[in-house]
Write a protein that binds this ligand. Structure first.
Ligand code: ATP
Length: 552
C-alpha cells in the first residue's frame, strides 16, 4: 500500500466523530491492506512495533523538529518549527503546513518512483530504532529527513504523528478489535481473546483473515512474548466472601510487577508496561530462573529487601528498574527478591483458562518449596470467613507487606483485565498515578531545573490537568526528574513548559475537590510527590472515573 493511500484513509478516519463510523473506515482499511495488514494495524495506533515487543522508536520531539525543519521548503530552523507548533498546537498540522518535499526526487535519482510505501516507512523506522552510539542521532535525523522529504502534505501529517507515537485519529484498542472482526467476519470476542493471548494486533488480524474463527481459537501464548498483566480492583473481605464463599488470600507485596519468561535456556523479565528489564535485575534471573527446569511464564512482584529479607518501600525497587549502567552497584545498594504469584504457562501448557488454584499448584511444582520455605512463591491461604481474612491481613501487615490480595480461587487469568476476580485491600491512604504534562522552571537555587510539575489525569486517550506538585521533592530528586523529563518537552513559553505525556508520578493528596481551575474539573488539595512510576506508561495512569469515584 502506498503511504499516501494510508494517509488519505487515516484523514478520513480522523474526520468522522461517531465510533461506529471509525470502526467502519478502519475495517475497510484493514480489508484493503493486503500484505501490509500487520503494519497497518500498528500504524493506525501510532505504533511501529507490536505491543509485546520491548523496542520503541524512542525519537524525541527535538529530532523530529530538526528533520522537519531541514525538509521544509525553504529550509527553516528547528526553533521555527517549535514556534509554529506553539501557534498551531499539533505537530501533524505543522508538518502538513510546512510544504515539505521540496527536494522530492533527489533521494532516488532517476528511477522516477520515489513515493513512500507503508512497508518502506515501516522498514526505515525499524532500522532507525536500532541505531545506537556515536553518530546515531545524526543517522536518525538523516533518515527522518529522507522520509519527510518524500512526503506530500497529508502524508507529512501522519508521518510526523507516527514518528512521535500519537496518531490522534481516535483509534484505540477497541476500534482495532472491532474493525478486525468486521473486516474478516469473525466474532469480536474471538479477536479480543486472541489479542489478550498474543498481544499482537497484526498477528491477530492476519490470522482472522487467513484462518477465521478457528485460527483465532488456536492462538497460543509464546515464551518471550509478554502479555498484559491481570489487574485488581479495590475490595473488602466481605465483598470477597459474599462473591465466592472461599477466598484465596495472598500478601500484597509493595513492589513492582514483573513477568518472567523462561524458554528452557534463557530468562527474560518484563515490567508491567512490557519494557524488558532483564539486565536491570540479574539476581532474579540467577535465583528464580536457576530453580526452573522447564519453560514457563510466571507473574509476580519484585520487592526491594533489607539484609534480613524484610521488605523495603516500593520506591526503592523502582530505582532498580530502568537502570542500564552501574547495575552491580545498584544491586549492592538495593537487593531485590522475586515472588511469583501466578503461572500462565508451564512446560508446553497454556494455563490462562485453568482455575487460579490449579495455576498455583503448577507454580509450586515448578519452583518447589513448601509452607515453611516457599522458595520464591507467594504464600497463598484459603479463607472461608471475614475473620480468617482479617487474621491474614494482620499477619501480612506485620510482615511489612502493603496489604492483601483477595482472589477468586476458580477464576481464569484474564490479561489486561481489571475485573472483580482479584481484589486488593490496603489500609494506606490512597495515592493517584498522574501523568506529567507540564512544568515550570524553578527559582533561586533551583533555577536550573523544573521546580513545579503540572499533573494530568487520564480521560480515555486524553490527559486533563488536575493539579500541580512542587512539594515532597528533594533537590537531588529534582535534578533526576529534570533529566527524565527534558527529552519530552514539547514547547516553552516564559517559565512554562509543555511536556508530552510520557512520565507517570505517584502523588499523595489530602482531598479531591471539584474545581473550575483545571481542565479535568477537579483539583487536588495539598498534592505531594511520592515517586516516579517507572513501571507505568501514561495509558496505565489513573482514570478520571477513579477521581470521580474518589471525589464522591
Ligand atoms: P497499586 O498502586 O495499588 O499497586 P496499581 O494500579 O499499580 O495499584 P493494581 O492492579 O490496582 O495496580 O493493584 C495490583 C498490583 O499489586 C499488581 O499490579 C501487582 O503489582 C501488585 N501485587 C502485589 N502483590 C500481589 C499479589 N499477591 N497478587 C497480585 N498482584 C500483586
Amino acid at each position: 500500500m502506498e503511504f499516501a493511500e494510508f494517509a488519505t484513509r487515516a484523514a478520513a478516519v480522523e474526520s468522522v466523530s461517531a465510533d461506529t463510523d471509525t470502526v467502519g473506515f478502519v475495517a475497510e482499511l484493514f480489508a484493503d491492506a493486503g500484505e501490509d495488514l500487520a503494519v497497518v494495524t500498528r500504524f493506525v495506533r501510532g505504533r511501529v512495533f507490536p505491543a509485546h515487543e520491548p523496542t520503541t522508536l524512542d525519537i524525541g520531539p527535538a529530532l523530529c523538529y530538526e528533520a522537519l525543519a531541514r525538509a521544509a521548503r525553504p529550509n527553516v530552523a528547528a526553533a521555527d518549527v517549535e514556534a509554529k507548533l506553539a501557534e498551531i498546537g499539533e505537530i501533524g498540522a505543522v508538518a502538513e503546513e510546512l510544504d515539505l518535499g521540496g527536494q522530492r526526487g533527489l533521494a532516488s535519482f532517476g528511477d522516477g518512483d520515489d513515493g513512500l510505501t507503508v512497508a518502506g516507512v515501516d522498514a526505515e523506522l525499524r532500522a532507525l530504532a536500532g541505531a545506537e552510539g556515536v553518530g546515531s542521532t545524526d543517522t536518525k535525523v538523516e533518515t527522518l529527513f529522507g522520509l519527510f522529504n518524500r512526503a506530500g502534505p497529508t502524508e507529512a501529517r501522519f508521518l510526523a504523528r507516527l514518528v512521535l507515537g500519537n496518531m490522534r485519529i481516535g483509534v484505540g484498542e477497541g476500534a482495532v478489535r472491532d474493525a478486525t472482526a468486521a473486516a474478516f467476519d469473525v466474532p469480536s470476542e474471538a479477536v479480543e481473546r486472541a489479542m489478550q493471548v498474543s498481544n499482537d494486533a497484526g498477528l491477530v488480524a492476519e490470522t482472522a483473515r487467513s484462518e477465521g474463527e478457528p485460527g483465532l481459537g488456536d492462538v497460543r501464548l509464546a515464551v518471550g512474548r509478554p502479555v498484559e498483566a491481570m489487574l485488581a480492583q479495590a475490595g473488602s473481605a466481605v465483598d470477597a466472601i459474599e462473591a465466592w464463599g472461599s477466598v484465596a488470600v495472598e500478601p500484597k507485596f509493595d513492589g513492582a510487577r514483573v513477568q518472567l519468561h523462561y524458554d528452557g535456556v534463557e530468562t527474560r523479565l518484563f515490567s508491567r508496561n512490557l519494557e524488558e528489564v532483564t539486565d536491570a535485575l540479574p539476581e532474579v534471573v540467577e535465583t528464580v530462573a536457576a530453580a526452573l527446569d522447564r519453560p514457563a511464564i510466571l507473574d509476580g512482584e519484585v520487592v526491594a529487601v533489607d539484609e534480613d529479607g524484610s521488605p523495603r518501600p516500593f520506591q526503592d525497587v523502582l530505582r532498580r528498574f530502568r537502570r542500564k549502567h552501574d547495575v552491580a552497584a545498584a544491586r549492592e545498594a538495593v537487593p531485590v527478591e522475586f515472588y511469583a504469584f501466578d503461572c500462565l504457562h508451564a512446560d508446553g501448557d497454556d494455563l490462562l483458562d485453568a482455575p487460579l488454584l490449579e495455576r498455583r499448584e503448577r507454580l509450586s511444582a515448578l519452583l518447589g518449596g513448601d509452607d515453611a520455605d516457599p522458595g520464591g512463591v507467594a504464600d497463598v491461604r484459603i479463607a472461608e470467613s471475614v475473620e480468617e481474612i482479617a487474621a491474614r491481613e494482620e499477619a501480612a501487615l506485620a510482615a511489612g507487606h502493603e496489604g492483601i490480595m483477595l482472589k477468586n480461587p476458580e477464576s481464569a487469568y484474564t490479561p489486561g483485565d481489571r475485573g472483580r476476580n482479584w481484589l486488593k485491600r490496603k489500609p494506606d491512604v490512597e495515592t493517584l498515578d498522574l501523568v506529567v504534562t507540564g512544568a515550570e522552571w524553578g527559582e533561586g537555587r533551583r533555577a536550573n531545573h523544573f521546580g513545579t510539575f503540572l499533573l494530568s489525569i487520564r480521560d480515555g486517550e486524553a490527559f486533563e490537568p488536575i493539579g500541580k506538585v512542587a512539594t515532597g521533592i528533594t533537590d537531588e530528586e529534582l535534578e533526576r526528574l529534570h533529566e527524565r523529563l527534558v527529552s519530552h518537552v514539547r514547547s516553552e513559553s516564559g517559565t512554562d513548559v509543555e511536556i508530552d505525556p510520557a512520565v507517570v508520578f505517584e502523588v499523595g493528596y489530602e482531598e479531591i475537590q471539584r474545581s473550575p481551575t483545571y481542565g479535568s474539573g477537579y483539583a487536588l488539595r495539598f498534592p505531594r510527590f511520592v515517586a516516579v512510576r517507572e513501571d507505568k506508561s501514561p495509558e496505565d495512569a489513573d482514570s478520571l472515573e477513579r477521581v470521580e469515584r474518589l471525589a464522591r
